[in-house]
Design a protein around this ligand. Structure first.
Ligand SMILES: Cc1cc2nc3c(=O)[nH]c(=O)nc-3n(C[C@H](O)[C@H](O)[C@H](O)COP(=O)(O)OP(=O)(O)OC[C@H]3O[C@@H](n4cnc5c(N)ncnc54)[C@H](O)[C@@H]3O)c2cc1C
Length: 446
């Protein structure tokens, strides 16, 4: 199947990156986006929402020459800063010295990518909504939202990069043997802001991802370059302690006074933001196959995951770098590229979905747990002594390009080994001395 012109549905982070890779391969690429051009939006640059980029994301950006530009607007976060209820702080590095995940403005990144893609020759059409895909998978029914006009597109290839609620995927639901599952989390999220201090100063440590773990819920904060922090409260949607249960300003004050006393004074607009900002929902989507006829899915449209490993976008960017390689390997024959792409990516996107669920428990609960911290210390020590033979799971996911599915297998193996080691006699006193060689031997990556 030879392809000349490609329509990408969705100008989000993944659609925009993909458009640049496809352009690089010589295709005619048009991106259709239902929203108005973000760059003209009046409140663009207003409330800052950020996300964490790690190694897989950087690779995706580097492949289209954007890494350096994005690094200029990114803040490295070499570890998590844990805040307990008493206000005590505990910094836990994510990896080796020099390794960090990076906080970047979602809007800023998206705009940078659209500008770069247009410069490279990609056409962007805003306020154009995909409504339906023809059952053959070859035609897209569109709506021009500025005029209400309906029209049909028949490009050589249609790529659904239209996010977690993908309409392209919805059309695939009606095709034979399409597996699909969608599950909402019991937790939702709300964004709040710690503004910058005097002269753009940071009111809490800039160089960390801050976590206030409270077992069944948590608050996190990521730094922005203007000195502010975007906080996200992950909290049950319903129940005794939940978004639903906080009905009044007094409820909200009592909740923050009990669980986040050190943060309350840092969020001056707490009352307004909590009730005015929407409560976001979290959903996991798994489906297969990711292609039908001349249509395929990428990014959240193919695999929406929960955000607790900070990998949704990173995984979508890896989809792009994998496709980039396959286009070369199969010499632009999309009848071979599409099946190879979905076969390679599906086990990995399933694995990162599972790892993200496990990491939620780790973030909201275990980071404050003594056994968990001890396991981390042991793993960090072995990794420092034997960097070539032992990579902790967090580093595999965030600082390497090893397949997510291998990181998931290692998660289960390493956790079982560490749990057993914790039961060894006098482990607290002996782990760094006579036990260390045995511990290392047991932990080395298989
Ligand atoms: C709270 C939260 C925190 C997160 N933090 C991180 C993080 O730290 N690191 C990380 O890697 N990931 C993170 N993620 C995940 C990340 O946001 C997503 O994985 C990423 O945005 C997916 O990109 P995408 O381009 O596939 O989809 P989207 O970003 O959702 O873009 C889809 C685009 O398609 C457009 N669209 C939708 N329907 C249509 C239609 N019918 N016609 C035309 N256009 C359409 C939309 O307007 C949008 O522009 C987080 C997610 C959440 C919810």
């Amino acid at each position: 199947m030879q392809v000349k012109n490609i329509a990408i549905m969705g100008a989000g982070l993944v659609g925009s990156l993909l458009s640049m890779y496809l352009k690089k391969h010589g295709y005619q690429v048009t991106v259709y986006e239902r929203r108005p051009d973000y760059r003209k939006a009046e409140n663009y640059g207003g409330r800052s929402i950020n996300l964490a980029i790690s190694e897989r994301g950087w690779k995706g950006l580097a492949g289209v020459g954007l890494e350096e530009m994005v690094r200029e607007i990114a803040i490295p976060m070499p570890g998590r800063m844990i805040h307990d209820v008493q206000g005590n702080l505990n910094f836990q590095p994510y990896g080796k010295p020099g390794e960090a995940i990076n906080s970047v403005s979602r809007g800023g990144l998206n705009v940078m990518m659209i500008d770069a893609a247009e410069k490279a020759g990609v056409t962007y059409l805003f306020e154009q909504r995909i409504m339906e895909i023809d059952p053959s998978g070859k035609k897209a029914m569109m709506e021009d939202m500025s005029t209400g006009r309906h029209y049909t597109l028949e490009p050589d290839l249609i790529i659904g990069a239209d996010g977690a609620y993908s309409l392209v995927r919805y059309a695939m639901l009606k095709t034979d043997r399409f597996d699909y599952s969608q599950a909402y989390e019991a937790h939702g999220y709300k964004e709040l802001t710690i503004p910058a201090g005097p002269n753009g100063s940071f009111l809490i440590d800039r160089d960390a991802l801050h976590i206030w773990p409270r077992k069944q819920f948590m608050l996190i904060a990521l730094p922005n370059i203007d000195g502010s922090f975007t906080c996200t409260l992950f909290f049950s949607l319903e129940g005794k302690e939940s978004f639903e249960a906080i009905k009044t300003l007094a409820d909200l004050d009592a909740f923050f006074d009990t669980y986040f006393p050190d943060v309350k004074s840092l969020i001056p607009d707490l009352h307004h933001d909590f009730f005015a900002n929407p409560t976001g929902l979290l959903m996991i989507v798994k489906c297969f196959p990711w292609s039908h006829g001349n249509t395929m899915l990428i990014g959240d449209a193919a695999h929406a995951i929960i955000p607790f490993y900070g990998q949704g976008m990173n995984c979508g960017f890896e989809d792009c770098t994998v496709l980039d390689t396959l286009i070369e390997e199969f010499n632009h024959d999309w009848s071979k590229i599409m099946p190879a792409y979905e076969r390679l990516r599906k086990p990995n996107s399933d694995a990162i979905a599972d790892l993200a669920k496990l990491n939620f428990i780790e973030m909201r609960d275990l980071v404050a747990d003594a056994d968990f911290q001890f396991k981390k210390r042991i793993a960090a020590k072995v990794s420092a002594l034997h960097p070539d033979r032992f990579i902790p799971v967090y580093s595999m996911v965030s600082f390497s390009h090893l397949p997510y599915k291998d990181a998931l297998s290692e998660y289960h193996r390493q956790d079982a080994v560490l749990t057993e080691i914790l039961g060894w006699p006098e482990i607290e006193n002996r782990w760094e001395t006579d036990y260390l060689p045995q511990i290392a031997e047991r932990l080395f990556n298989k």
